[in-house]
Design a protein around this ligand. Structure first.
Ligand code: MG
Length: 254
């Protein structure tokens, strides 16, 4: 199933995307979903971020080659931090660079959307707590990241967490090709099987630190190939089986 959140006729709804058609649903995407008879062509609705997370737990250094490119040793445990959910935007919304003079980079990532409250869950049960998967672009201000020595400010500016286009429920998260293009040119080209800690291990690990609630998002780290973004760029995060998350980049006018 492919859940999308969309704006149509002055209201926000969830729908299921089937081909080029969105079928509006009622109830909760975490279980009790009912189809309605309202159907729209995809081209007639505005897609929004598919989730407004309660919290976003980010994982750093989860692909071997990315750890090498930033000269960091491989972590023995997942390296986790929180970023603000107020940074979330949807497909086709502009990323606004707050500090264009800083090096601000794309990080294409698989995002896990939690479907059921999870506390202290073992690895073998962890995927039962997942609603589905979507794409994230973990936009990161490298200058502030280095200066602060922690990541919250560098990654929490408004518009720095594009999510979407859909939450896909029936894919194997550990077997997905992931790539990022800037202005059509491939910058990141990898596979989720290259993750150091897989999806189930991450959900379990985080749930042993903090309770995860439905709608929370874990972003699972980025592969190698991160590169700076500039005013006027178009950046796309594409994950096989999920789709393409496309955003323009603009300098923020202050
Ligand atoms: Mg990241």
């Amino acid at each position: 199933m492919r859940f999308v959140r969309f704006y149509e006729n002055a209201s926000v709804s969830y729908g299921i995307l089937e081909g080029d058609e969105v079928i509006q649903v009622e109830g909760s995407i975490y279980g009790d979903t009912r189809l309605t008879d309202r159907r729209y062509p995809l081209s007639a609705v505005k897609l929004l971020a598919p989730i407004t997370p309660g919290k976003i737990v980010a994982i750093g250094l989860n692909y071997k080659k990315h750890a090498e490119e930033v000269n960091k040793p491989l972590p023995e445990e997942p390296m986790m931090f929180l970023v603000s959910p107020t940074a979330v935007i949807g497909p086709d919304e502009p990323i606004l660079l707050v500090n264009p003079e800083n090096r601000t980079e794309h990080e294409g990532e698989l995002a896990i959307v939690i479907g059921k409250q999870a506390t202290d869950v073992p690895v073998q049960d962890a995927l039962k707590y997942v609603c589905g998967y979507t794409n994230c672009n973990d936009i990161s201000d490298r200058l502030l990241q280095r200066k602060d020595g922690q990541f919250t400010r560098a990654k929490s500016f408004a518009t720095y967490k594009p999510l979407g286009p859909a939450i896909v429920t029936d894919i194997n998260p550990d077997d997905l090709a992931i790539r990022v293009r800037v202005n059509g040119e491939i910058r990141q080209d990898s596979h989720t099987s290259d993750m150091i800690f897989n999806t189930a291990e991450l959900v379990s690990f985080v749930s042993k630190v903090m309770t995860l609630d439905p709608g929370d998002v874990i972003i699972t780290g980025t592969p190698s190939g991160v590169s700076p973004l500039h005013d006027g760029d178009i950046v796309e995060v594409e994950i096989d089986g999920i789709g393409c998350l496309k955003n323009a980049v603009r300098n923020k006018i202050t």
